[in-house]
Design a protein around this ligand. Structure first.
Ligand code: FUB
Length: 305
């Protein structure tokens, strides 16, 4: 199915700031975008809000879309469900996913049921996927320091090849991954964020950790909670510590906020979800994106809805 996002051309020519009219990439409820560029196309992996009950995030499938131009989007359907993980409880909820590519293999990191993270592997971005381990990669019951809620996995592969998995609510977590992408290379550690503004006690880590590297530094973006702003901190090492900087995207009129940043066609893009379609709300969210701009000092300019 093809969808048009007419705002894209205007966004591509937008020079300096990230003011834009947000439109959903597709006319369907999705959330928690995990965008990736594979072979000149952007793939967006998502939580499927269309199939949840409308009162909770209780979908059991993940969704995928792709686009060569950020304008026309192809719907690849519910390409994977929690059933791929035989150890998952029946009807375990499928939350914010992550994808990573290494040596021609595609690794899909999936929070399953709120207490485990699984990894599935495939030879192409849309599968077919199979469980890479036959057991969870992270299991709250078994892994020391996995935290209360090991969800929202995000993988960052540094240009040194070192690979890091981030996840967690309320306390951000990081653990090194081995090059096989399916085993841990060290202990799970807390990510330290310093210099939260003392004047605002709502400025704390909530969920949605995301790391990218630019201008020789590491940017750690995250949501501050429920509802949350998307804010960022910077550091000199992917494991932190990170120093709090500023707000990128302010509170939305829904209970969650979840972002990701990619480079595509020579431009940085900020993906997030919002309440953009009729009948939408906190459990019926829509994915959108905006250009992301940096100042000469490396500071990220705010994105306005
Ligand atoms: O979609 C379910 C949860 O809502 C995600 O795991 C969080 O990041 C929040 O967006």
């Amino acid at each position: 199915m093809q969808y048009k996002k007419h705002i894209a051309a205007a966004l591509l020519s937008c020079a300096a700031y990230s003011a834009h009219a947000a439109e959903p990439i597709v006319q369907r409820f999705n959330a928690d975008p995990s965008p990736h560029v594979f072979a000149d196309k952007v793939y967006v992996y998502a939580t499927d809000d269309q199939s949840n009950s409308g009162t909770y995030w209780d979908s059991t499938v993940w969704r995928a879309y792709s686009s060569a131009d950020l304008t026309s989007w192809q719907d690849h359907g519910s390409f994977l469900s929690v059933d791929v993980f035989k150890w998952a409880a029946k009807d375990a909820k499928a939350w914010a996913p992550e994808m990573a590519e290494r040596n021609g293999k595609y690794y899909f990191y999936a929070p399953v049921g709120g207490d485990k993270i699984g990894v599935a592997v495939a030879d192409n971005p849309l599968g077919p996927f199979k469980d890479a381990i036959g057991a969870p990669l992270i299991d709250k019951a078994l892994d020391a320091n996995a935290g209360d809620e090991p969800i929202d996995p995000m993988v960052f592969i540094d240009n040194t090849g070192e690979t890091y998995l981030y996840f967690g609510t309320r306390v951000p977590k990081v653990v090194r991954l081995n090059p096989d992408m399916r085993s841990l290379a060290g202990p799970i550690l807390d990510v330290k964020i310093t210099n939260f503004p003392a004047s605002d006690n709502k400025k704390k880590y909530g969920e949605a950790p995301f790391v990218h590297k630019k201008h020789g530094q590491y940017y750690f973006t995250f949501s501050t909670g429920w509802p949350g702003q998307i804010v960022y901190a910077t550091g000199k090492h992917p494991m932190g510590p990170f120093e709090y900087q500023e707000v990128i995207l302010d509170y939305l009129d829904i209970s969650t906020n979840h972002q990701a940043i990619i480079e595509f066609n020579g431009q940085s893009w900020f993906f997030y979800h919002d309440n953009l379609l009729p009948g939408g709300g906190s459990h019926k969210r829509s994915i959108t994106y905006a250009p992301l701009h940096y100042g000469k000092d490396g500071k990220i300019k705010p994105v306005s809805k």
